[in-house]
Design a protein around this ligand. Structure first.
Ligand SMILES: Nc1c(NC[C@H](O)[C@H](O)[C@H](O)CO)[nH]c(=O)[nH]c1=O
Ligand SMILES: CC(=O)[C@@H](O)COP(=O)(O)O
Length: 158
Protein backbone atom coordinates (compact mmCIF):
# COMPACT_ATOMS: atom_id res chain seq x y z
CA UNK A 1 0.00 0.00 0.00
CA UNK A 2 1.46 3.35 -0.99
CA UNK A 3 1.95 6.08 1.61
CA UNK A 4 -0.71 8.05 -0.25
CA UNK A 5 -3.25 5.44 0.85
CA UNK A 6 -2.06 5.01 4.46
CA UNK A 7 -0.79 7.95 6.52
CA UNK A 8 2.56 7.08 8.08
CA UNK A 9 1.50 8.64 11.38
CA UNK A 10 -1.73 6.70 11.73
CA UNK A 11 -1.37 3.84 14.18
CA UNK A 12 -3.38 2.03 16.80
CA UNK A 13 -2.27 2.48 20.39
CA UNK A 14 -4.05 -0.73 21.36
CA UNK A 15 -1.83 -3.41 22.83
CA UNK A 16 1.04 -0.97 23.37
CA UNK A 17 3.29 -2.49 26.04
CA UNK A 18 4.88 -0.63 28.96
CA UNK A 19 8.12 0.85 27.60
CA UNK A 20 9.05 3.03 30.59
CA UNK A 21 12.16 0.93 31.22
CA UNK A 22 13.07 0.26 27.58
CA UNK A 23 16.14 1.91 26.09
CA UNK A 24 16.06 3.12 22.49
CA UNK A 25 19.05 4.02 20.33
CA UNK A 26 18.05 6.42 17.56
CA UNK A 27 20.66 6.81 14.84
CA UNK A 28 20.24 9.82 12.56
CA UNK A 29 21.88 10.36 9.17
CA UNK A 30 23.13 13.90 8.56
CA UNK A 31 22.47 13.77 4.80
CA UNK A 32 19.25 15.69 3.91
CA UNK A 33 19.29 17.15 7.42
CA UNK A 34 16.00 19.07 7.05
CA UNK A 35 14.22 15.78 6.42
CA UNK A 36 16.09 13.60 8.92
CA UNK A 37 15.65 16.10 11.75
CA UNK A 38 11.89 16.08 11.10
CA UNK A 39 11.93 12.28 11.10
CA UNK A 40 13.89 12.24 14.36
CA UNK A 41 11.45 14.66 16.00
CA UNK A 42 8.57 12.43 14.98
CA UNK A 43 10.25 9.34 16.32
CA UNK A 44 11.28 11.02 19.58
CA UNK A 45 7.83 12.46 20.28
CA UNK A 46 6.14 9.18 19.43
CA UNK A 47 8.39 7.30 21.86
CA UNK A 48 7.72 9.83 24.62
CA UNK A 49 3.95 9.99 24.03
CA UNK A 50 3.78 6.20 24.31
CA UNK A 51 5.63 6.06 27.62
CA UNK A 52 9.35 6.05 26.95
CA UNK A 53 11.61 7.95 29.33
CA UNK A 54 13.66 10.83 27.92
CA UNK A 55 16.69 9.41 29.69
CA UNK A 56 16.23 6.15 27.79
CA UNK A 57 16.43 7.62 24.29
CA UNK A 58 20.04 7.71 23.08
CA UNK A 59 20.68 9.71 19.91
CA UNK A 60 23.69 9.12 17.68
CA UNK A 61 24.48 10.84 14.36
CA UNK A 62 26.17 9.33 11.30
CA UNK A 63 27.38 11.09 8.13
CA UNK A 64 25.03 9.28 5.73
CA UNK A 65 22.51 6.48 5.50
CA UNK A 66 25.17 4.03 4.37
CA UNK A 67 26.76 4.37 7.85
CA UNK A 68 23.50 3.53 9.62
CA UNK A 69 24.25 -0.18 9.45
CA UNK A 70 27.57 -0.11 11.29
CA UNK A 71 26.23 2.35 13.85
CA UNK A 72 23.20 0.12 14.35
CA UNK A 73 25.54 -2.80 15.04
CA UNK A 74 27.57 -0.74 17.54
CA UNK A 75 24.38 0.11 19.42
CA UNK A 76 22.56 -3.21 19.04
CA UNK A 77 25.47 -5.10 20.60
CA UNK A 78 25.02 -3.14 23.83
CA UNK A 79 23.20 -5.04 26.58
CA UNK A 80 21.50 -1.84 27.72
CA UNK A 81 19.89 -1.11 24.33
CA UNK A 82 16.53 -2.78 23.69
CA UNK A 83 15.78 -1.43 20.21
CA UNK A 84 17.52 0.57 17.50
CA UNK A 85 15.77 3.04 15.19
CA UNK A 86 17.65 4.06 12.05
CA UNK A 87 16.67 7.42 10.54
CA UNK A 88 17.75 8.46 7.05
CA UNK A 89 16.70 9.91 3.72
CA UNK A 90 18.25 8.74 0.46
CA UNK A 91 17.11 10.87 -2.50
CA UNK A 92 17.47 9.58 -6.06
CA UNK A 93 20.22 11.41 -7.98
CA UNK A 94 21.45 11.06 -11.54
CA UNK A 95 23.25 7.77 -11.09
CA UNK A 96 22.75 4.29 -9.66
CA UNK A 97 24.38 5.34 -6.36
CA UNK A 98 20.89 5.59 -4.87
CA UNK A 99 20.19 1.93 -5.63
CA UNK A 100 23.41 0.74 -4.04
CA UNK A 101 22.93 2.75 -0.84
CA UNK A 102 19.27 1.81 -0.40
CA UNK A 103 19.96 -1.86 -0.97
CA UNK A 104 22.99 -1.90 1.31
CA UNK A 105 21.18 -0.12 4.12
CA UNK A 106 18.04 -2.23 3.92
CA UNK A 107 19.96 -5.49 3.90
CA UNK A 108 22.47 -4.33 6.47
CA UNK A 109 19.88 -3.16 8.96
CA UNK A 110 18.00 -6.42 8.55
CA UNK A 111 21.16 -8.42 9.26
CA UNK A 112 21.92 -6.46 12.43
CA UNK A 113 18.48 -7.15 13.86
CA UNK A 114 18.79 -10.85 13.11
CA UNK A 115 22.35 -11.00 14.49
CA UNK A 116 21.55 -9.36 17.82
CA UNK A 117 17.97 -10.64 18.06
CA UNK A 118 16.42 -7.25 18.79
CA UNK A 119 14.34 -4.73 16.82
CA UNK A 120 16.42 -2.65 14.40
CA UNK A 121 13.97 -0.46 12.54
CA UNK A 122 14.30 0.83 8.97
CA UNK A 123 13.20 4.44 9.30
CA UNK A 124 14.80 5.44 5.99
CA UNK A 125 12.97 7.37 3.28
CA UNK A 126 13.94 6.53 -0.30
CA UNK A 127 12.13 9.19 -2.33
CA UNK A 128 12.60 10.34 -5.88
CA UNK A 129 12.84 13.98 -4.86
CA UNK A 130 12.80 16.45 -1.96
CA UNK A 131 9.04 17.01 -2.16
CA UNK A 132 8.28 13.32 -1.72
CA UNK A 133 10.69 13.32 1.23
CA UNK A 134 9.05 16.29 2.96
CA UNK A 135 5.60 14.82 2.34
CA UNK A 136 6.72 11.82 4.44
CA UNK A 137 8.56 13.77 7.13
CA UNK A 138 5.59 15.51 8.68
CA UNK A 139 3.82 16.47 5.47
CA UNK A 140 0.64 15.22 3.86
CA UNK A 141 1.61 11.56 4.14
CA UNK A 142 2.57 11.78 7.81
CA UNK A 143 5.95 11.16 9.39
CA UNK A 144 8.08 8.07 8.77
CA UNK A 145 9.73 8.73 12.12
CA UNK A 146 6.40 8.16 13.88
CA UNK A 147 6.02 4.90 12.03
CA UNK A 148 9.55 3.78 12.90
CA UNK A 149 9.04 4.52 16.61
CA UNK A 150 5.71 2.74 16.92
CA UNK A 151 7.17 -0.20 15.02
CA UNK A 152 9.98 -0.47 17.60
CA UNK A 153 7.47 -0.29 20.44
CA UNK A 154 5.23 -2.97 18.94
CA UNK A 155 8.17 -5.28 18.29
CA UNK A 156 9.25 -4.96 21.92
CA UNK A 157 5.77 -6.10 22.90
CA UNK A 158 5.85 -9.08 20.54
N1 LIG B 1 23.21 10.72 -1.48
C1 LIG B 1 22.87 10.39 -0.20
C2 LIG B 1 23.79 9.82 0.69
N2 LIG B 1 25.06 9.57 0.30
C3 LIG B 1 26.14 9.32 1.26
C4 LIG B 1 26.19 7.86 1.72
O1 LIG B 1 25.12 7.54 2.60
C5 LIG B 1 27.51 7.59 2.45
O2 LIG B 1 27.60 8.45 3.57
C6 LIG B 1 28.70 7.80 1.55
O3 LIG B 1 28.55 6.98 0.39
C7 LIG B 1 30.02 7.44 2.25
O4 LIG B 1 29.97 6.11 2.72
N3 LIG B 1 23.40 9.49 1.95
C8 LIG B 1 22.12 9.73 2.38
O5 LIG B 1 21.79 9.42 3.53
N4 LIG B 1 21.22 10.29 1.52
C9 LIG B 1 21.54 10.63 0.25
O6 LIG B 1 20.66 11.14 -0.51
C1 LIG C 1 21.70 8.76 -3.30
C2 LIG C 1 22.92 9.49 -3.71
O1 LIG C 1 24.04 9.18 -3.31
C3 LIG C 1 22.71 10.54 -4.75
O2 LIG C 1 22.15 11.67 -4.12
C4 LIG C 1 24.02 10.93 -5.41
O3 LIG C 1 23.64 11.69 -6.51
P1 LIG C 1 24.17 11.27 -7.98
O4 LIG C 1 23.59 9.89 -8.26
O5 LIG C 1 23.59 12.33 -8.91
O6 LIG C 1 25.67 11.27 -7.92
Amino acid sequence: MASSQKNLSDYSSKNISNISDKRFAVIVSEWNEEVTEALYSGAYETLISNGASRDNIIRKNVPGSFELTLAAQWMAQKDDVDAVICIGCVIQGETKHFDFICSAVAHGITEVGLKYNKPVIFGVLTPNNQKQALDRAGGKHGNKGDEAAITAIKMLGF
